[in-house]
Write a protein that binds this ligand. Structure first.
Ligand code: HEC
Ligand code: HEC
Ligand code: HEC
Ligand code: HEC
Length: 215
């Protein structure tokens, strides 16, 4: 006959072993049907960059980047007028030395003539219609001379981008120039992929679940 003490011990040993086995079974998730976690694609870090699309002449000067493209008289002869070349269809021919310049200003290339913007007597200056001579860093005034409404929107902060202090008594603010976003030679803003919307932390229930609505 087993005495009571031995009985109790046997029961405890059996119970402990059972719980230990259950613990292992649960931790290995033997009974559940675990759904594999959804793979969340990493977001391209380009979306986090705050720089503008283009670097203007002003930016190149500020960051002390090479300015060879702006050193017109390294190649052109001072005092000698540059003659524009056209093909048989009266389309401007951009020479190989300027092959980085692709002209396409306006839907029909209506503003492709170099000297609509550059001064033909001093290549180092820009030339709006009203006769002012502007430096490369003043190009926004050149754009404004033909794009009055957009320029006024820009001045009012409705077009372009203003960053810095809202309360101007606290610190500086900066308005981006037109050429920070538009290439003066082909100003149409290239389309961009929008950044993806945020992901749910909950798992998707099934494929018919719309991806980005509240549960
Ligand atoms: C690397 C040398 C080089 C530099 C730097 C350079 N050019 Fe030129 N450019 C040329 C050559 C070569 C031609 C073709 C021959 C010519 O017309 O004199 C030319 C042609 C031109 C033309 C006529 C284009 C056409 O379609 O007929 C214009 C306008 C012009 N350049 C403006 C400029 C301006 C403005 C700068 C400075 C912001 C500049 N270039 C800097 C080499 C250069
Ligand atoms: C709509 C006005 C406009 C027209 C038209 C135009 N340019 Fe420009 N160009 C500019 C402005 C503004 C800059 C300075 C941009 C900056 O700050 O990045 C510039 C910069 C340049 C530069 C130096 C930087 C670079 O991109 O190489 C050259 C060279 C040049 N232009 C040549 C030409 C030639 C050649 C033509 C004609 C085929 C022409 N441009 C037509 C406005 C114009
Ligand atoms: C001499 C006048 C003139 C100057 C200077 C000028 N533009 Fe234009 N721009 C035009 C014309 C003309 C069009 C064509 C409008 C159209 O096709 O309906 C145009 C079109 C545009 C467009 C629309 C392009 C598209 O394809 O949708 C943009 C953006 C633009 N310009 C930006 C600029 C910027 C930035 C500057 C300064 C670097 C500038 N422009 C300087 C005359 C000018
Ligand atoms: C921060 C970037 C940014 C700056 C700075 C900026 N633009 Fe734009 N601009 C855009 C974008 C983006 C569009 C819209 C393109 C689209 O809808 O396809 C645009 C559109 C335009 C158009 C096309 C016509 C229209 O209104 O839809 C013109 C012209 C234009 N900009 C001129 C200018 C001028 C002139 C300046 C400077 C006074 C300027 N932009 C400054 C980003 C900028």
């Amino acid at each position: 006959m087993m005495n009571d003490y031995k009985k109790t011990r046997l029961v405890l040993v059996v119970l402990s072993a059972t719980f230990a086995l259950l613990a292992v079974a649960f931790s290995l998730d033997l009974f559940g049907k675990p759904t594999p976690p959804r793979k969340l694609p990493l977001v391209d870090t380009d979306f986090l960059k705050t720089e503008t699309w283009r670097r203007s002449y002003k930016d190149l000067v500020e960051t002390k980047a090479p300015l060879d493209d702006f050193d017109c008289y390294a190649c052109h002869e001072q005092g000698k007028k540059v003659v524009l070349k056209y093909d048989a269809k009266q389309q401007l021919v951009v020479p190989d030395e300027h092959s980085d310049i692709v002209m396409g200003h306006g839907t029909h290339g209506r503003n492709n003539n170099c000297f609509n913007c550059h001064n033909d007597e001093n290549l180092l200056r820009l030339q709006p219609r009203d006769g002012r001579e502007l430096k490369f860093e003043e190009s926004t005034l050149l754009c404004g001379s033909c794009h009055g409404p957009t320029y006024r929107d820009w001045e009012a902060g409705m077009h372009g981008r203003t960053s810095g202090y809202w309360d101007r008594s606290l610190g500086p603010f900066k308005k981006q120039d037109c050429v920070n976003c538009h290439n003066p030679h082909s100003p149409k803003f290239p389309g961009r992929q929008p950044a993806p919307p945020p992901n749910y932390l909950r798992e998707k229930r099934d494929d018919s679940d719309p991806p980005h609505t509240s549960p």
